[in-house]
Design a protein around this ligand. Structure first.
Ligand code: 86X
Ligand code: MG
Length: 508
């Protein structure tokens, strides 16, 4: 049988793996585990994101570059303090052909160590600032954990932006501008709501000064997920890599530049699949759908004469041309030997937002029958209104998908000021927002205190997460009710004063 066999509600991970393969988005690269083939349906989405993002960062003065994919252990040494935690993820090339390399080289897991020696060479005077470069590449991190398509892979595509400024203020301003673009990719293209905030000291990028983040929520398992990050690196890397300019204020003095780095990866596609998909398969937000509408002939039977069939199909090709001219990415499915029902299933599995059925009865009434993929709603559209009604319908679907996901996230983001309500809230698939002292040791203790009892292996090894909760971010949008100097950190064993409300959750 075609279609998805796993049910999203009872075996989420099996459902997810089935959907991304049967919707022809990825193949598992069975030769080497942890790697995936990105197919055209995925690349269309990634390229739509890339166009949208590039347009906006170019307008902000960011230029494109492409640095080598290998880095030397010497340059890695410069950032050894925070790299040691990552060392197990580094992939090394030690041989060329039969010969050992004099000096092994590492495959880039991120490109600071590759790029910043050149930032040091290029940036001499404050007139060389701001320097703003971005590259669209893939990186390798030899993950030890179980890999999952899009969400955790040993090689993934991303963009990494690396910028340098003369002052903390200029850097700080850009960090937030980029973060807002990341939120835009999620909310405007992928119809996925995100919470904007700052990572705690425990969760930030250790090599940086502070990390801002957009955090998503997966209703199926109640987990939080990091969506993309925009870091202010402060002067940490300019001190490691000697990136300085003359101080215009007083000669002979050097200023270490203030830097940012920001990245968004193909993980965003996995988040979109998990949130919008259903038991029929993928549900694509129209703005990123390669095919927005699929025209399917119906009502043509053995009794239909060849002339009538040809006349009918000719009319459908006219509809196809009309819709394409109106800017609707439309295809027509005239495959012989497959029933309309089979075709409906196939295109539903691939997540096409709108199905357009056209049969002799529709032709007689000069209408086209439509079916929405997201809600299943059906109806008819007069043919002369197609070029306005179908684009409108696609925009309605885009907004409805976002609003539905936003409501779900909002309803599962609960403010809690009584510790005893925390674990029940997590077990009810919520993320929580609690008063927190933001101290790393307190977070570690909270993780231990909130481990659920290990649920028995669910069906087919689906373990509902019972791990403890991690801090996800300190939301820029703070709830009411925290009185500085009075409200306590919610961790009953802590006793410190609360600094901010902090969002915590079981997470990826
Ligand atoms: O997150 C981003 C956005 C784009 C540019 N980079 C930053 C920081 C990346 C942190 N990070 C993340 N993962 C890493 C893995 C590694 F194996 C090594 Cl050696 C280093 C790192 C590492 O520094
Ligand atoms: Mg990692």
């Amino acid at each position: 049988i075609i279609g998805i066999t796993a049910k999203k509600g009872d075996n989420f991970s099996a459902w997810y793996q089935e959907v991304v393969q049967k919707a022809e988005m990825v193949e598992y690269y069975t030769e080497i585990s942890g790697f995936f083939v990105m197919r055209p349906n995925t690349m269309y989405i990634w390229n739509t994101i890339r166009k949208w993002f590039n347009e906006r960062i170019e307008a902000a003065g960011v230029e494109e570059c492409n640095f080598p994919m290998f880095l030397s252990s010497a340059s890695l040494q410069k950032e050894k303090d925070h790299v040691e935690g990552f060392a197990p993820e580094l992939a090394w090339v030690t041989k060329a052909g039969e010969k050992d390399l004099e000096v092994p080289v590492a495959v880039r897991p991120t490109s600071e160590a590759v790029m910043y020696p050149y930032y040091s060479k290029w940036i001499r005077s404050h007139r060389d600032l701001p320097l703003k470069l971005n590259q669209w590449v893939s990186v390798v991190r030899w993950e030890a954990k179980q890999t999952v398509p899009f969400l955790r892979a040993r090689e993934f595509m991303w963009q990494e932006g690396h910028t340098a400024f003369v002052s903390e203020e200029q850097a700080g301003k850009e960090v937030l501008e980029i973060l807002e673009l990341y939120a835009g990719i999620y909310e405007q293209l992928l119809a996925v709501p995100v919470v904007r905030g700052k990572k705690t000291e425990a969760e930030k990028f250790a090599g940086g000064y502070y990390t801002t983040t957009v955090e998503g929520y997966i209703p199926s398992n109640g987990r939080g997920i990091q969506g993309a990050t925009s870091h202010c690196l402060g002067q940490n890397f300019s001190k490691m890599f000697d990136i300085t300019v003359e101080d215009p204020a007083n000669k002979g003095q050097k200023i270490h530049v203030w830097q940012n780095s920001w990245g968004l990866s193909t993980r965003v596609i996995g988040v979109m699949v998990m949130i919008h998909g259903d038991d029929k398969g993928l549900v694509l937000p129209p703005r990123i759908a390669k095919t927005q509408a699929i025209l399917i002939p119906v009502g043509l039977t053995a009794k239909t004469t060849p002339e009538d069939k040809e006349k009918h199909l000719d009319r459908m090709y006219e509809l196809l041309a009309t819709l394409k001219k109106a800017g609707v990415r439309t295809e027509i499915d005239t495959r012989e030997g497959y029933t309309p029902a089979w075709k409906f299933n196939d295109w539903e599995m691939k997540g096409v937002p709108v199905r357009l059925e056209f049969g002799p009865k529709d032709a007689a009434k000069d209408v086209v029958s439509f079916a929405r993929r997201d809600t299943g709603e059906k109806g008819t559209i007069p043919i002369e209104e197609l070029t306005t009604k179908v684009p409108e319908l696609l925009e309605t679907i885009q907004q409805d998908m976002y609003n539905k996901a936003e409501k779900t996230f909002r309803e599962h983001r609960v403010k809690i000021t009584n510790w005893d309500e925390v674990v029940p809230a997590l077990d009810a698939k919520n993320v929580v927002i609690i008063p927190s002292c933001l101290v790393p040791a307190c977070e570690d203790r909270i993780k231990e205190l909130t481990r659920g009892e290990d649920l028995p292996e669910g069906p087919d090894g689906l373990k509902v997460p019972s791990m403890g909760m991690k801090s996800l971010c300190i939301p820029f949008e703070q709830p009411e009710g925290l009185v500085k100097g009075e409200t306590k950190c919610l961790n009953p064993e802590c006793g410190r004063l609360a600094e901010s409300f902090c969002m915590f959750g079981r997470s990826y």
